[in-house]
Ligand binder design. Structure first.
Ligand code: NAG
Ligand code: NAG
Ligand code: NAG
Ligand code: NAG
Ligand code: NAG
Ligand code: NAG
Ligand code: NAG
Length: 419
């Protein structure tokens, strides 16, 4: 009994001191960056969580500024964690102000997806999505709900920007949104799509992964040969649409890489240390400091990644998404930007360069012939474009382009939102 009282007192003290020195709230004290969040029941019992930041931290005239809907990858990486704290939100993982936050001048909508990721949840695990189609449809429902609640943003120029697996989903989501708008099921001013570090031509990216790691000296020739055999199997299995089997080989290939590289090699940015510990630390901070400030179920144990959400999509993991992109290029007036960093071993730049030039669309030949131009600043890379399609090779950047090269990213955003 005595010890129980003791525990209660200690717990109260700990909580009280957390309240006083919550580094998250501390960091937001001078500039609170106005935001709202809520759940959308996308299917009975399945809830997606969104977090919406008003441009420049104020509702005043926000609808006059662009709206960016950020689609995180994984699948199962959290937009409220990785997007928010590691890439584009107002604070960094260290709870320090991020100078290049996208919410300067732009509204940003973060959605934890698929169901089961971050603060999103389902009453029954059987409600987790099992296909890209279902993942994109849930996102469509969340966006519809957002624009129903925030009608003032229906005319706001809006852009979908997805990273990695989110890049693949963005092409599909863009197509679903386009149809919904065309069929008058949705009032929205969709103007463009951004695909960053896109896991979309999965065949091409799989083949280039071992090549890139070998060229950079990160794997030995024995590992390269073994991984290349696996990559060829992945490529073949994708071509005969055996996606589940191909995903198993993809897993095997990553195990093969990790066995040879040290665990401290960061495949997302070969020049940086592994971000594994920092991300685990972020999970602790979000549970301790951020969660109590949000109207969410406090017993949710927030993690930066949801493995259940990831495994839910395993059968579609390597399903390509290029057809949706080609359809958007052929049939819509959307501005489409593709960007990729040169330090990224997950979606190597050479793979992106290959697949953007292999896309079948009316402008393919003109795009191939167009001359690339430098991205502004020194050694920030190159871009080329034809009509509303452009490709940006970003130097000094890994998988998280917004964080790794904010100068290049800013030009990409300006270009995209000028449409
Ligand atoms: C943010 O910008 C200011 C002024 O330009 C600079 O002094 C500071 O180091 C920057 N902070 C970060 C985290 O880059
Ligand atoms: C979850 O859904 C499955 C399939 O609909 C059902 O069989 C199961 O009973 C449900 N579990 C719970 C705890 O509701
Ligand atoms: C590739 O697939 C073939 C046929 O299924 C199999 O025999 C071979 O072992 C696979 N290669 C590797 C490296 O796993
Ligand atoms: C990785 O290394 C472990 C331990 O040495 C071994 O058991 C496993 O088979 C290896 N996996 C691959 C894919 O090489
Ligand atoms: C809150 O989450 C916990 C654990 O995830 C769950 O058991 C509980 O039913 C949830 N409560 C509500 C009110 O949704
Ligand atoms: C490119 O985008 C602009 C602005 O949205 C649009 O007016 C134009 O028709 C588009 N061009 C093509 C060829 O789709
Ligand atoms: C797009 O147009 C090109 C030719 O201009 C055609 O080859 C391709 O099949 C089209 N793709 C889609 C998905 O509409």
């Amino acid at each position: 009994m005595k010890s129980l009282i003791f525990i209660v007192i200690v717990r109260t003290l700990v909580l009280a001191s957390c309240d006083e020195q919550n580094p998250y709230l501390e960091a937001l004290r001078d500039k609170p960056w106005k935001s709202v969040h809520r759940y959308v029941e996308v299917r009975p019992g399945a809830f997606l969580f969104y977090w919406f930041y008003y441009a420049d931290g104020t509702t005043n005239g926000a609808e006059q500024k662009p709206l960016i809907i950020w689609i995180q990858g994984g699948p199962g990486n959290t937009a409220t964690g990785i997007g928010n704290f590691c890439e584009i939100g107002p604070l960094t993982m260290d709870m320090k102000p991020r100078n290049h936050t996208w919410i300067r001048g732009r509204n940003v909508l973060l959605v934890d997806h698929p169901v089961g990721t971050g603060f999103s949840y389902a009453l029954n695990k059987s409600l987790y999505v099992k296909s890209d189609r279902d993942a994109a449809r849930d996102l469509l429902r969340a966006i519809k709900a957002f624009l129903k609640i925030h009608k003032e943003f229906r005319k706001t120029p809006t852009y979908i920007i997805g990273q990695s697996y989110g890049g693949k989903l963005s092409a599909r989501l863009g197509f679903y949104l386009h149809l919904a708008i065309k069929n008058k099921h949705l009032k929205m001013n969709l103007k463009g799509i951004g695909i960053g570090s896109g896991w979309i031509d999965t065949k091409e990216s799989s083949i280039q992964q071992p090549r890139y790691l070998y060229d950079m000296g990160l794997i030995d020739i024995k590992t390269y040969n073994k991984a290349m055999d696996i990559a060829k199997n992945i490529s073949y299995l994708i071509s005969i649409r055996q996606h589940a089997k191909a995903a198993e080989y993809d897993n095997l290939m990553f195990q093969t890489f990790i066995n040879d590289t040290s665990t401290d090699v960061n495949l997302e940015n070969i020049n940086k240390f592994s971000n594994y510990w920092a991300l685990n630390d972020l999970s602790l901070k979000v549970n301790l400091y951020v969660k109590p400030t949000l109207a969410v179920n406090q017993s949710i144990n927030w993690n930066y990644i949801s493995y259940s959400a990831y495994y839910g999509l395993k059968n579609d993991f390597v399903l390509p998404g290029t057809k949706f992109l080609e359809t958007l290029l052929n049939r819509t007036k959307l501005r489409i930007v593709v960007f990729n960093g040169n330090l990224d071993a997950v979606t190597p730049l050479s793979a992106a360069t290959n697949w953007v030039h292999n896309l079948k669309w009316y402008g393919a030949k003109k795009f191939m012939e167009s001359t690339r131009k430098p991205i502004r600043g020194r050694r920030n890379g190159f871009y080329k474009s034809y009509d509303n399609f452009s490709f940006w090779a970003v130097f000094g950047s890994g998988h998280w382009v917004p964080e790794d090269n904010p100068t290049a990213m800013e030009q990409i955003l300006e270009y995209l939102t000028s449409a």
